[in-house]
Write a protein that binds this ligand. Structure first.
Ligand SMILES: [Zn+2]
Ligand SMILES: [Zn+2]
Length: 342
C-alpha cells in the first residue's frame, strides 16, 4: 500500500513542473529497492535456479505467442543440458550444452555479468590505486512520459552526455561506468534509470548535482548517491541490471516484442577518464593477482581431481536443468559433511 502511494507520488511530482516542488523526497523509492536487493541475496541456489527456469519458460511462452518460434526454441534449449563437475556436495563447474545469448535470458545474463565483472574489476582497482578518487554509486532518474523504451533510454543517455560536458561534472568526476535499468509502473510508463559507478575527485554538495541534473534534463531532479565501500560489491550491484534488466515475470508479449526491437542497444559502458584508462590498461603483476581472484580455479580441474573445498574426488554429472535444481535442493537439505545426491 505504501509503495503504491509512493510511486503515484513520484509520477505526479514528475509530470507536474518540478521546479516548485523539488523536495518531495521520492528517494524512498530508491531506498526500498536497495533493501529488496539485500533480501534477494539471501535466497538459496535452488530458489534462484528455480526462478531462472520459470523466467525462461515465461519468456519462451511469450515468444511463442509472438510467433518467434526460433527464439522460443533457443530459450528452451539454453542451459537445458548441463555437464556438472562435482564432488556430490560442492559444484566446481557447470558447462551448458547451449547458450541462447538472448538479452533477457537469466542464465545468459548471469554469464554476461560475470564476464563484465572479470573484465572491469581489475581495471577499477588499478584506477583507484593510480588516481586520487573515491568510487560512488550514482542513480540518475528521469520523469516518466508516454514513450517507447527506446525513446526513454535515448532521453536519459542524451542527458547524461550533456551532464558530462558540464564544468561541474568535469571538476568532480573522473569517469566511471554506466548501466541502464528499465522498469515499468502500473500505468505502463517506463522508468529508466542510469546506474553509474563514478570516480569522485572530491566532495560536493548533493544539491549542486541535483541542480545540474535538472539543468540538463529540463525536468528531472531525482537522483541518489552513495559511497561504495567495496568496489567488487559495487560493481556486482551495477552489472546486475545488465543481467536482469527488469522484472521479466510481469512482462507481457508486447514488452518482449519491444525488447526484441532493442537488439543493438548498449546496456553498459565506460565514460570519461576511466574509459581512456581501460583502453590503455595493461595488467601488471599485481593486477594479475586480482584477475585470478575472480577467475575460478576450477578451470584446470577434471574428473578424479580432489574437490578444492573438501578433497573428495570430483566426477562429471550430466543433468537437465530440472535435475540440477533437485541436486541443489539435495545439497541444501543434507547436513554439512555428508555427501548428498550423486
Ligand atoms: Zn540463454
Ligand atoms: Zn567438495
Amino acid at each position: 500500500m505504501k509503495q503504491l502511494t509512493l510511486s503515484t507520488d513520484l509520477i505526479t511530482s514528475d509530470i507536474l513542473p518540478v521546479l516548485s516542488k523539488a523536495k518531495t523526497s521520492p528517494h524512498t523509492y530508491l531506498d526500498t529497492r536497495v533493501t529488496k536487493t539485500h533480501r534477494d541475496n539471501k535466497r538459496t541456489r535452488s530458489q534462484t535456479a528455480r526462478e531462472r527456469l520459470r523466467t525462461k519458460e515465461h519468456l519462451a511462452t511469450l515468444a511463442g505467442e509472438l510467433h518467434e518460434v526460433e527464439l522460443a526454441d533457443k530459450l528452451r534449449r539454453c542451459h537445458s543440458r548441463l555437464s556438472v563437475l562435482t564432488c556430490g556436495r560442492h559444484i566446481e563447474r557447470i558447462i551448458p550444452n547451449f547458450t541462447c545469448e538472448f538479452r533477457l535470458c537469466p542464465d545468459c545474463g548471469r554469464r554476461r555479468s560475470r564476464k563484465l565483472q572479470k573484465k572491469y574489476l581489475p581495471m577499477m582497482r588499478a584506477f583507484l590505486r593510480h588516481r586520487q578518487v573515491t568510487p560512488v554509486h550514482l542513480v540518475l532518474t528521469q520523469t516518466h512520459r508516454k514513450e517507447t523504451r527506446k525513446q526513454s533510454a535515448k532521453r536519459i543517455n542524451d542527458a547524461f552526455k550533456k551532464l558530462q560536458r558540464r564544468s561541474f561534472w568535469k571538476e568532480f568526476f573522473k569517469g566511471g561506468t554506466w548501466s541502464l535499468e528499465f522498469t515499468k509502473d502500473k500505468n505502463g510508463l517506463h522508468h529508466t534509470h542510469l546506474h553509474i559507478i563514478g570516480f569522485r575527485r572530491k566532495f560536493f554538495d548533493i544539491e549542486l548535482l541535483r541542480s545540474e541534473w535538472l539543468a540538463v534534463t529540463g525536468d528531472s531532479h531525482v537522483l541518489n548517491l552513495k559511497p561504495i565501500q567495496d568496489i567488487a560489491a559495487g560493481l556486482r550491484e551495477v552489472v546486475k541490471y545488465v543481467s536482469k534488466p527488469l522484472d521479466i515475470r510481469r512482462f507481457g508479449a508486447a514488452d518482449l516484442k519491444e525488447f526484441i526491437g532493442l537488439k543493438n542497444m548498449r546496456m553498459f559502458g565506460t565514460f570519461g577518464e576511466f574509459r581512456d584508462f581501460c583502453k590503455s590498461f595493461v595488467p601488471s603483476d599485481n593486477d594479475g593477482d586480482e584477475v585470478s581472484e575472480l577467475e575460478s580455479l576450477s578451470r584446470d580441474l577434471t574428473e578424479g581431481c580432489a574437490c578444492p573445498k573438501c578433497a573428495a574426488p570430483l566426477f562429471d554429472l550430466r543433468l537437465s536443468s530440472d535435475e540440477l535444481l533437485r541436486f541443489y535442493e539435495g545439497i541444501e537439505s543434507s547436513p554439512p559433511g555428508k555427501v548428498g545426491t550423486s
